[in-house]
Every structure is written in structure tokens, then in C-alpha cells.
Design a protein around this ligand. Structure first.
Ligand code: SAM
Length: 372
């Protein structure tokens, strides 16, 4: 089965006419729907609401933007300083989303949304640009194909559709499951590439509780209907951990499956995570205390935090653990006096005596401000 061709056909039909079987009931914020044209509201093929993670001023990238509903909702939340980019591979969906762009720009008081043609597993390649190139230099021979590959590599490098580290928040609504299994890890790596250090993701998608057998994967209706291409629930999280994301979490989990096929439950969930800020790991004398309720927790960088213990961390880890991505699980304490870093980084498991942080500033994990 040609996965991409099946998905293209199904969503071209979906752009033309509402496909009821692709619509999963979702509780959107009604206030954000008020401005939207009825056609955009009806041709909604999402399974969650990643718009609720958008903050004012964000540059937002929506993967598989379809008719543009989530983009137009996000555009209201980013405000005049933010912008929203929708990427989709389907011309009919892009045309539908773009049809309402002038009307929405007028309603929003600014043209903050753009819809780009691209494959979400290859966000550097501008497909409109490639089609213009192919019109002048079609591919007939293996040599032509090799020249096309060189051209693509140069385009990705010199004129990427979505540049490295250019996005604050990547969102997606019921799309990752449609990507060929062999391209799924590359897709997650691409999400990591385009995010700014400290950037966030909120991905609503269909996941399944057991691996999907081959005969279901080969069923084109089940695949294009957002079922049999679903990630298995543990693999979905792991794909993001493997790409380097931190604080990878199921923030929302539908108890009720959307569909059950041959005993396998397919349900909607929303995954959130952050891209670390990077930078050197320097021990200035910060500490964090894990509040509980578990006896201890371990993060994806290998630090272990026993409940209630004052643990030595570098400035970067302190900032990450108390910066909002971990909710209010940690209390951060800055050193009373910031001097030169003592060592490259205290080994995981090092306790920090209270005497070293006494008088330092406390952070209780409720926002972006770090403990330093
Ligand atoms: C299930 S619909 C969801 C649309 C939209 N997110 C919504 O909430 O209504 C899937 C969309 O993803 C697009 N899509 C699927 N695979 C894609 C890929 N590999 N690259 C880009 N777009 C893709 C389809 O064209 C379609 O518009």
C-alpha cells in the first residue's frame, strides 16, 4: 500500500465534503470557535485540542494543519506579536485553509497565519518550490533523479521551509499516525530540530494499547482513518525521549477508546514535552527538592531525586525542573552567593547540605523563572 497516496486521496475527499467517520468529538474552547467560518469548524478531523497550550507571543507550528481550524484558534491566542504556521502536504486542504485567510486576517486584525506545503517528516523541504523546480527540470532518468536529490539537499540547507530552532511551540492534531512507520522517528527528530531551545510540544494523536498487526496496517481505510498507523502507547513517549525531549508526558488521556479493532483499543491522547535549553552544565551550588508523593523519581538525564532530599544540580537542571514543565513537583534553591562554578557538574545522587544554600532564593516551580 502506498501510504502517502491513500492519505492524500482520503483528505482530498475530506476537503471537498465533510467525512463524518473521521470526526472525533472534541471539547474545544467555544470562545475561540466564534470567529471561525462554519466550513472550517465542520471539516475538522482532529482528535484533541493542542490549541490550549499556546501562549501569547509564540511562534506556533501546526503539523498537518488540514482545514486550518487549530491554526486559526492559535492565531487568536498568540496575539499581535506571535505567528502561526500550518504545514500540510495536501493541495485541497491547503486551498481550503487559505480560502479563509483574508477573512480571518480581517477578524484578527492582522495576517498572522501562513499555510505551507510540506511533508511533516521532512520539514526542511519546500514542496511548492520543488514542484516549480520539477516543472522546469522533470525527472526521466536515474541521472535526473540524482540531480534532483542534490538540489533537494541544497534547498534543505540553504532555503529550509522551517529553519532550525525557529519555533516556540509545535502542535499537531491527529496527524503523526498517518506518517509511514519507517519515517516516524525522522518526523520526531524534525520536530526537535525546528524547536528553539526551551521550546515546547503538544501533540494530540491516536495511540493504541497493543502493537498493530500487519494485516491491519495494510488496510488503507483503517490507516487513512487515523487508526492502524497509531503509535503503541509506550513507543509514542519513547520516540520523543529518543529524539532528546525532556519532561515527556501524557498530559491528556481519553479513558474511552475512540475505536476498538480486533480487541486493540485506539484512543486519543495529548503528549507534551520540552526541548532542553542546552548550554554548559555548571555547578554554581543550586539544589532542588522533590516534593513527593513518590518515594523517588528519575529524569531522562539520569538524575535520581529521593523525596524531600536536597539534591545538588547544575543551574540548567534547576531551571528546567522548576520552570513549569514539571508542574510544581520540585522546589529550587539558588546558592546564597553566586561565585565561580565549583566543578563541571556534581555527579547524580550528590546531596547538597542545607548550609550551602541557606539564604538563597527559593522557586516553587510555577512558571518560567528559574531559581537563579
Ligand atoms: C486527520 S487530518 C487532521 C487535520 C487537522 N489537524 C485537524 O485537526 O482537522 C490529517 C491531515 O494531515 C495531513 N497529512 C497527513 N500526512 C501528512 C504528511 N506526511 N505531511 C504533511 N501533511 C500530512 C493530511 O493532508 C490532513 O490534512
Amino acid at each position: 500500500m502506498d501510504v502517502q497516496a491513500e492519505v492524500l486521496k482520503r483528505y482530498s475527499e475530506g476537503a471537498e465534503e465533510r467525512q463524518a467517520e473521521l470526526c472525533c468529538p472534541i471539547d474545544y474552547d467555544a470562545a475561540l470557535l466564534k470567529l471561525l467560518p462554519q466550513e472550517i469548524i465542520e471539516k475538522d478531523y482532529g482528535c484533541g485540542d493542542p490549541s490550549r497550550y499556546v501562549r501569547e507571543g509564540d511562534v506556533v507550528l501546526d503539523l498537518g494543519s488540514g482545514a486550518g481550524k487549530i491554526c486559526y484558534m492559535a492565531a487568536q491566542l498568540v496575539g499581535a506579536e506571535g505567528r502561526v504556521i500550518g504545514v500540510d502536504m495536501n493541495d485541497d486542504m491547503l486551498a481550503l485553509a487559505r480560502k479563509y485567510q483574508p477573512e480571518m486576517a480581517h477578524q484578527l486584525g492582522g495576517d498572522r497565519v501562513r499555510f505551507l506545503k510540506g511533508y511533516i517528516q521532512d520539514l526542511a523541504l519546500d514542496i511548492d518550490e520543488m514542484e516549480r523546480h520539477l516543472a522546469g527540470q522533470p525527472v526521466h532518468t536515474a541521472a535526473d533523479y540524482s540531480r534532483l536529490q542534490d538540489w533537494q539537499a541544497r534547498q534543505r540547507r540553504e532555503h529550509p521551509l522551517i529553519p532550525d530552532a525557529s519555533v516556540d511551540l509545535v502542535i499537531s492534531n491527529c496527524v503523526l499516525n498517518l506518517v509511514h512507520d519507517g519515517d516516524k522517528q525522522q518526523l520526531v527528530n524534525e520536530i526537535y530540530r525546528v524547536l528553539k531551545p526551551g521550546g515546547r510540544i503538544a501533540i494530540s494523536d491516536i495511540i493504541c494499547d497493543e502493537p498493530v498487526p500487519e494485516h491491519l496496517k495494510r488496510d488503507s481505510q483503517l490507516w487513512s482513518g487515523c487508526i492502524s498507523g497509531a503509535f503503541q502507547e509506550a513507543e509514542f513517549l519513547q520516540a520523543f525521549v529518543d529524539a532528546g525531549f525532556l519532561a515527556v508526558t501524557y498530559d491528556k488521556w481519553d479513558v474511552q477508546p475512540w475505536q476498538v479493532v480486533e480487541g486493540i483499543e485506539f484512543r486519543s491522547a495529548t503528549l507534551t514535552a520540552v526541548k532542553g535549553k542546552g548550554g554548559p552544565c555548571l555547578d554554581y551550588g543550586h539544589a532542588v527538592i522533590y516534593r513527593g508523593p513518590y518515594a523517588e523519581v528519575r529524569d531522562d538525564e539520569g538524575h535520581v531525586f529521593p523525596r524531600g532530599e536536597r539534591m545538588a544540580v547544575c543551574e540548567r537542571t534547576c531551571s528546567l525542573l522548576t520552570g513549569g514543565a514539571y508542574g510544581e513537583d520540585f522546589v529550587g534553591i539558588a546558592p546564597a552567593i553566586t561565585g565561580e562554578p565549583k566543578a563541571f557538574c556534581a555527579p547524580p545522587g550528590t546531596r547538597r547540605p542545607a548550609s550551602e544554600t541557606k539564604g538563597g532564593k527559593y522557586t516553587t516551580g510555577c512558571g518560567d523563572s528559574c531559581c537563579c
